[in-house]
Design a protein around this ligand. Structure first.
Ligand SMILES: Cc1cc2nc3c(=O)[nH]c(=O)nc-3n(C[C@H](O)[C@H](O)[C@H](O)COP(=O)(O)OP(=O)(O)OC[C@H]3O[C@@H](n4cnc5c(N)ncnc54)[C@H](O)[C@@H]3O)c2cc1C
Length: 416
């Protein structure tokens, strides 16, 4: 079923009785060419691009819960390509271009809204760092504008320009950055993959791997054994646990990241504003809610829920830089489990087990990677070659020391 303005109008006239489920609910087949574990953004895009770019349609996505119930539906929806380091820079640039064509490609309204991402700077040193980052973004072919304090005031006059502790010196504005409707991204790719013959199998938890002579043969699941030529893991916060079932120990730790939303208000926040020094960022949803978040919980956890200490921390930081949020009523907060890698950058690679591939370590930034990740992971699964936008996301960088430490904070996953 294609969507169009006419279809919406027509269904409105007849009580919306003509909409059909947009993907099938198939029973697992005994064997697939490729099994993707995890029906989040990355698993769904991988399946979609396997079918679309490589013609591989005998594919199953196995999801232990429901499609989009993980981090793809829990994040704060920020999309951007403002990375500094070679490796990250070209990858996120590639991904942003896919975001820009996504709605037309999927015939699905993902509410992609490029209203800009502004990173605030509070010191001369930070301004220098942003100038360097902005230049790298321009060299990569993306956009960047270095704003002085007046430029920031013109863009976001509601910020606290009187702060003694965090004086606003300027900021880096990335106009092509913005937000998108996260659930719609999952649903759009799910529908697209299903239409090309991919089996999306929900309530199907992978509980083990069948590995013979160093090669993966299939997976044990809560719905029985399913054979596979190749298996790709795309399980985000569960990466360490699922890989352990195959006997792998990865340079990844899981931490909770929380976010919050206020009641709906009239439009006030232009795109996204980040206050990195205070670990706070904010945007406004199309419904009007102020969407904001902060830092990770510092201890490891698999509990996808919020807690009061981090709530207090985020509210304090928010009040410091955006004092007007004190007038808004908060509606809810939530948490998701982040697969934090040791250098803060992701992994798209094969594993030491033949036929078993890994997509993980996306930390708190994997939503913006969603289309690029699926594109590059599908490329690796289909061709055995690394896509040119993702050549550096290799596992062996943790052995060779050629890490992608964007934050320069060292091997401290919770610090990235
Ligand atoms: C509060 C919060 C804010 C965030 N904000 C942003 C942001 O603004 N911008 C950004 O770029 N990123 C953001 N992120 C990060 C981003 O959401 C994640 O990096 C990304 O969604 C992870 O990839 P995914 O969508 O595939 O994960 P998920 O949606 O979590 O998909 C993984 C799936 O694997 C399934 N699974 C796990 N184990 C098994 C198993 N054994 N068998 C079968 N299935 C299994 C899970 O149920 C889950 O559905 C945020 C995250 C959170 C929590």
């Amino acid at each position: 079923m294609g969507y169009s303005g006419f279809k919406v109008f027509w269904e409105g006239l007849r009580g919306n009785t003509g909409w059909k489920p947009v993907w099938r609910d198939p029973a697992p087949k005994p064997h697939y060419d490729v099994i993707i574990i995890g029906g989040g953004g990355h698993g769904l895009t991988t399946a979609y691009y396997l079918a679309k770019n490589h013609g591989i349609t005998n594919v199953a996505v196995l999801e232990r819960g429901y499609l989009g119930g993980g981090n793809v539906g829990r994040n704060t929806t920020i999309v951007r390509a403002n990375y500094l380091l070679p490796g990250n820079s070209e990858f996120y640039s590639h991904s942003l271009k896919l975001w820009e064509g996504m709605e037309q490609e999927l015939n699905y309204n993902t509410m992609m809204s490029q209203r800009g991402v502004l990173n605030l700077a509070h010191s001369d040193g930070q301004m220098d760092a942003f100038a360097r980052r902005g230049n790298q973004m321009l060299i990569q072919g993306d956009d960047a504008e270095l704003l002085d304090a007046d430029g920031v005031r013109a863009h976001a006059p509601f910020l606290n320009f009187k702060s003694q502790r965090f004086p606003i010196r300027g900021g880096l504005l990335h106009r092509r950055g913005g937000t998108a409707r996260h659930d719609a991204v999952a649903w759009g790719y799910a529908r697209g993959a299903d239409r090309m013959g991919v089996d999306l199998i929900q309530n199907c938890e992978v509980t083990g791997f069948r590995i013979e002579n160093g090669k993966v043969r299939g997976v044990e699941t809560s719905r029985g054994y399913i054979g596979a030529g190749k298996v790709g893991m795309a399980v985000a916060g569960r990466t360490g646990q699922v890989a352990a079932m195959a006997g792998l120990r990865l340079p990844i730790e899981s931490h909770v990241l929380q976010a919050f939303v206020s009641e709906g208000l009239k439009p006030i926040i232009p795109g996204v504003v980040t206050f990195g020094m205070g670990h706070f960022y904010i945007s406004q949803s199309d419904k009007g809610g102020l969407v904001f978040g902060g830092d990770l919980d510092f201890y490891n956890s698999y509990a996808a829920r919020g807690n009061l200490p981090m709530l207090e921390h985020v509210m304090e930081a928010g009040m410091a830089m955006v004092p007007m949020i004190g007038n808004a009523r908060m509606l809810r907060g939530w948490g998701g489990i982040m697969d934090m890698s040791m250098d803060g950058s992701p992994i798209i690679d094969r594993t030491p087990i033949d036929g078993l591939f890994l997509n993980g370590g996306w930390c708190y930034g994997g939503f913006k990677a969603t289309p690029g990740s699926g594109w590059c992971f599908a490329h690796l699964l289909a061709t055995g070659e690394y896509h040119k936008a993702a050549t550096r996301f290799r596992l062996n960088r943790f052995e060779t020391g050629h890490v992608l430490d964007e934050e320069g904070t060292g091997a401290r996953p919770n610090k990235h």
